[in-house]
Design a binder for this molecule. Structure first.
Ligand code: PLP
Length: 421
């Protein structure tokens, strides 16, 4: 496992103890040329690249222990079950869950949010006239499942507005809490603008108003330490692929007391205790919400990714990535007509547009110069509408990005803009 060396007291612009150069060889995909230039991968908010530790965990699973889990009496079934349940333990301790039973493996954040919206809807906890509170910053994954719930339940979707700097309007939030809010479903970090919401304070206010709180930690997972108990939330979702693990695996964490009080959703194998044609009784947590064969390899690889991140330490990763983002904003600031979105203390993603230049054209030219960014609405159409734009160019950062990636982004953007104007 990678353990960087250096002085923990260093608080310089680029923390000296963090040595991405040592990490880069751990990510084989980064060592390639794109359009004749070394790849500069700045699309980490969409998905992160995978380190050898994760690739080897996936491969080892299929090479050595592949088997269906639980119920099996044979050796491989026992090994696979043990590895899968150990992965659950790793996730639970990473999140500081009260018990591993609170960790439900899903296919990703979207799946986890849909699960919560559906079980709340089935439970009748949200009824006609009740309110579901989200924010302007949400990804479609944290909008549409709630809209669908509201349609079914006769409930009302309310939206916390945001200021021009991309921060949520906290005064408006407190006023909205005076309504009949049953759940606050909020992103921790905006995937479009990098805004870091004050989730602890907002959770406290929502809980005081009697609402449940669900955090979308899809972006936060790779950049923030998560302590679900300290946060005081009820549900949290994240996707493995945004924290250096494979696609198709994710996590719903839910407070056991609440999950125990809610009905199952998908029916099938594993989620049952006993089935007759007349009646079925349901399994305990976490299996109650894991119908069918899960993504066993994905869960094991996710645990490897979490171990990889913790081997470096989010307390090291976070200031390093923040320094990179600040440096990127500074390096791009000289481009005439550039406008950044989101507050200066953004995390993960840096979004911008350049006057007179379409974000898509800019992204296409950047790709031709070997720089991978994302352009468009980033699955946040209502947020784009709020700012009167159709999209942005988004550079998003991970622990393997470097100052030279920042320089490449700035140089390529300046050149592309001069070509497009
Ligand atoms: N929420 C946020 C903030 C995201 O950034 C994303 C993906 O970009 C999602 C939800 C959906 O994640 P997934 O597609 O992995 O389910």
């Amino acid at each position: 496992m990678f353990h960087p060396a250096g002085d923990p007291a260093d608080t310089g612009n680029f923390p000296a103890m963090f040595q991405p150069d040592l990490l880069i060889p751990e990510f084989p995909i980064l060592d390639q040329m794109i359009q004749g230039r070394p790849l500069v991968y700045l699309d980490n908010a969409a998905t992160t690249q995978k380190p050898m530790a994760v690739l080897l965990a996936s491969r080892h699973y299929y090479e050595a222990i592949n088997s269906n889990i639980h119920r099996g009496t044979h050796h491989l079934a026992r090994l696979a079950t043990e590895a899968f349940e150990n992965a659950r333990n790793t996730v639970a301790s990473h999140l500081n869950a009260a018990t591993p039973d609170e960790v439900i493996f899903t296919s990703g954040t979207t799946d986890a949010i849909n699960l919560v919206a559906n079980i709340l809807s089935l439970s009748g906890r949200i009824g006609p006239g009740d309110e579901v509170l989200i924010s302007t910053l949400e990804h479609h994954s944290n909008i549409v499942p709630w809209q669908m719930l509201c349609e079914r339940a006769g409930a009302v979707l309310k939206v916390i507005p945001c200021h021009d700097d991309g921060r949520l309007d906290q005064a408006a939030f407190l006023t909205l809490l005076e309504g009949r809010v049953k759940i606050l479903a909020l992103t921790w970090i905006s995937n479009s603008f990098g805004t870091v919401n004050p989730v602890a304070e907002m959770t406290a206010a929502a809980k005081a108003a009697g609402a449940l709180v669900m955090l979308d930690a899809a972006q936060a997972a790779a950049h923030q330490r998560i302590d679900v108990q300290a946060l005081g939330i009820d549900f949290l979702a994240f996707s493995g692929h945004k924290i250096y693990a494979p696609t198709g695996i994710g996590v719903l964490w839910g407070r056991a007391e609440i999950l125990n009080s809610l009905p199952p959703w998908r029916g099938g194998g594993e989620m049952i205790k006993e089935v007759t044609f007349e009646k079925t009784t349901y399994n305990e947590l976490p299996f109650k919400y894991e119908a069918g064969t899960p993504n066993i390899e994905g869960a094991i690889a996710l645990a490897a990714a979490i171990d990889f991140v913790n081997g470096i330490g989010l307390s090291m990763i976070q200031p390093y990535e923040q320094a990179l983002i600040r440096a990127a904003a500074e390096a791009l600031a000289d481009i005439p007509g550039i406008r950044f979105y989101g507050p200066a203390d953004r995390a993960g993603a840096l979004s911008f547009n350049v006057e007179g230049v379409h974000h898509y054209d800019l992204g296409t030219l950047l790709d031709q110069m070997g720089v991978a960014v994302r352009t468009g609405h980033h699955c946040c159409q209502p947020l784009m509408a709020r700012f009167g734009i159709t999209g942005t160019v988004r550079a998003s950062f991970a622990l393997y990005n470097t100052e030279s990636d920042v320089a490449a982004l700035a140089a390529a953007t300046a050149k592309a803009v001069s070509m497009l104007r």
